[in-house]
Design a binder for this molecule. Sequence first.
Ligand SMILES: [Zn+2]
Length: 135
Amino acid sequence: MLPIEILILRLGGLARTSELYAADYWQSLVQLYSTYGRIISAGKGWWATKYTPPAAVAARKLGGRLACVSALQHYGIGDGDGRLHLALERSGKKPRDVDVIVHWSRRRLPGDRMSVTVPVARAQATRCATTSPSS
Ligand SMILES: [Zn+2]
């Protein structure tokens, strides 16, 4: 594993471009690692590694984190429902994708860069299950 991959993983699997620059990975170097697939764009201003769970990268690309059953699946609890349940704060932008279920919050919910915590996810899943029309 490359040091830049270790750095991103230590930062929580997702790193801001500014954090890479602060660690002396200058712009052309970041671009080079990206070109060779060692680091992956996770949306504007964010980077991931191939070890970062793809669902977390997808959530970050939409400006949020894993929520609800997607977060539980991330922690190895349950199988999700095939859709991406996304934790977004009020400043976030609603994704157009119908397979994305947005869980809005007024403030930043507890969790890490990839996901909300298990208790938060469980609470979201309880509310989600009661309001969704899924069979
Ligand atoms: Zn949900």
